[in-house]
Ligand binder design. Structure first.
Ligand SMILES: *[C@@H]1O[C@H](CO)[C@@H](O)[C@H](O)[C@H]1NC(C)=O
Ligand SMILES: *[C@@H]1O[C@H](CO)[C@@H](O)[C@H](O)[C@H]1NC(C)=O
Ligand SMILES: [Cu+2]
Length: 508
């Protein structure tokens, strides 16, 4: 507690600070996949929220540490809505998602891969599903809309997209310091497996990093947002992708998820760590031995915890403590609460704003007839070719969410108050890794017998350092004009929840 008080005093002395942000959790149709689960994120908690400013780096694909996969891959259904949530404090969603001083566009990309875990991310194969820049009518940027939407960026997957592994990559570009080439990229990647019998593939892809994506010095990353020309702003990267049907043997569809599944018997999941129940015991020796196994697993949980923290590791440690307490009380039949699932129930959210892609999403149905997918899936999930006697179909068809879910567009509230005087929260949010979160209770059991017991080594589990807040950034701003389409969509949660989406995790 003393540490926390001192750090806060120091921060309070800083006149104004601009906290950065990091993509911290994926929701699938509004259901949380767990903080950090299946997500490639920068691992150092001190630097995790920092932006990328070297546009030629492989880090541009999935962030620093993003060339390496994590253990889990999130299953996703055909046409699912993916929602990425950014947080300034990755382990504390109650704090701000992104400081209001950031202004700029956002986008979501996908890359089809043969392994969501092994793929290095950087390189060719990326296509853009949506982007959103500046809206003149409301004088707002995508960042404004995201902050108003709790830091959540959503995209509906084009219905009928070819099944298999993908990396899904949200992106925000902050332009408040872009005139010097200081545009800040915030990205990361979700490892997903798309369960789909569709055959749609993008007509073209680009490399990230690469010149078709972004080059240093180009207008989209060296733009002055303070001179009244925002209507001219072009979001970096390629246009929104259009799709065609993969021809028979060219198909790279994968039909069954084989990697990144949460293992059976997982009673605790923290991001990409899984805890398994300890061996049952009936005597004192067994009691302490299983207790030791518990602490060993817990230590791994903390060691592997990404910047989103170790909330489930804490719960796990409590389990170990209770087991040791029982040993001390000479209750040698255990473990207590054997097999009880510790992972908290998955949070379901109203995903709020979905920004529809503009100018892409066309499906070329003149391409070869869709080859029947292996495993003889029902072809109903494949977009039926349209007869083009009438005018061409609206380009957004591939993205159209189920119409029953669409509500009438509502104006995005352009919180005018902060536009005149750019806000810099002088009340600096609390640091995330101070306080009790990483204070791991010391087991220090002292059994009467001579049996070896866990020692205080477990008390020295990692104490992550506080997330740093970066240097002062000062910005002012102006206005101009442009038009983009926005719809407010609420995804209805089916009665009974989404359990069936995750059959292999039915306990969660
Ligand atoms: C603004 O960008 C310049 C050039 O990249 C960089 O040197 C400077 O540190 C940046 N300033 C802030 C406050 O981010
Ligand atoms: C998709 O089609 C639209 C409309 O024809 C076009 O403007 C856009 O450039 C296309 N996207 C790509 C990536 O080629
Ligand atoms: Cu920042």
């Amino acid at each position: 507690m003393r540490t926390q008080a001192i750090v806060l005093a120091v921060l309070a002395a800083a006149p104004s600070t601009l906290a950065h942000t990091i993509w911290s959790v994926l929701y699938v149709d509004g259901v949380s996949q767990g903080d950090g689960a299946g997500l490639r994120m920068r691992q150092d908690p001190k630097l995790a929220s920092y932006p990328l400013v070297d546009y030629n780096s492989d880090d541009m694909a999935c962030n620093v540490d993003g060339t390496k996969g994590v253990a889990f891959v999130n299953p996703v259904k055909d046409g699912s809505t993916l929602t990425f949530e950014m947080r300034s404090w990755p382990d504390d969603p109650s704090k701000e998602s992104l400081d209001r001083g950031h202004y700029g566009p956002c986008a979501v990309y996908l890359k089809k891969v043969s392994s969501a875990i092994d793929d290095k991310a950087a390189g060719d194969g990326w296509f853009k599903l949506m982007d959103d820049g500046y809206h003149a009518d409301t004088d707002t940027w995508c960042t404004d809309r995201l902050i108003d939407n709790k830091g959540r960026l959503s995209v509906a997957l084009p219905k009928g997209l070819e099944g298999g592994y993908y990396l899904a990559r949200p992106e925000v570009v902050a332009l408040h310091n872009a005139t010097n080439g200081g545009a800040q990229f915030y990205t990361g990647c979700a490892q997903i497996f798309l369960e789909s019998s569709g055959t749609l593939v993008p007509e073209s892809t680009v490399a990230i990093p690469g010149p078709e994506y972004v080059t240093p010095g180009q207008a989209s990353v060296q733009f002055n947002i303070y001179v009244g020309k925002n209507a001219e702003y072009q979001v970096p990267g390629p246009a929104i992708a259009n799709f065609t049907h993969a021809a028979g043997t060219a198909s790279s569809a994968q039909t069954v998820q084989k990697e990144g599944l949460v293992p059976a018997g997982c009673i605790a999941q923290n991001a990409n760590w899984c805890g398994k129940e300890v061996t049952a015991y009936t005597d004192e020796q067994g009691c302490w031995a299983s207790g030791e196994d518990c602490w060993t697993q817990g230590k791994k949980c903390w060691a592997e915890a990404p910047p989103t923290g170790g909330k489930v590791c804490e719960l796990w440690n409590a389990k170990c403590e209770a087991m040791n307490d029982a040993c001390r009380a000479k209750n040698f039949n255990g473990p207590p609460n054997k097999g009880k699932v510790i992972t908290p129930k998955r949070e379901t959210i109203d995903i709020g704003l979905i920004i529809k892609p503009v100018g892409g999403g066309n499906v070329d149905d003149s391409a070869p007839t869709p080859a029947p997918a292996p495993q003889a899936p029902k072809s109903s999930s494949v977009a039926a070719p349209k007869v083009s006697s009438s005018p061409p179909a609206a380009p957004l068809s591939a993205y159209e969410p189920k119409s029953s879910l669409v509500e009438t567009p509502s104006a995005t509230a352009p919180a005018a108050s902060f536009k005149e005087t750019p806000t810099f929260s002088s009340s600096v949010p609390l640091l995330s890794f101070v306080g009790g979160v990483y204070d791991i209770p010391s087991p220090t059991p002292t059994p009467a017998s001579t049996i070896a017991v866990p020692t205080s080594e477990y008390a020295t589990a990692p104490k992550p350092t506080p997330v740093a807040v970066d240097t002062v950034e000062v910005v002012t701003n102006y206005k101009v004009e442009v038009v983009t389409e926005v719809a407010y969509v609420t995804v209805a949660v089916p009665a009974g929840g989404y359990k069936h989406h995750r059959g292999h995790r039915r306990h969660f």
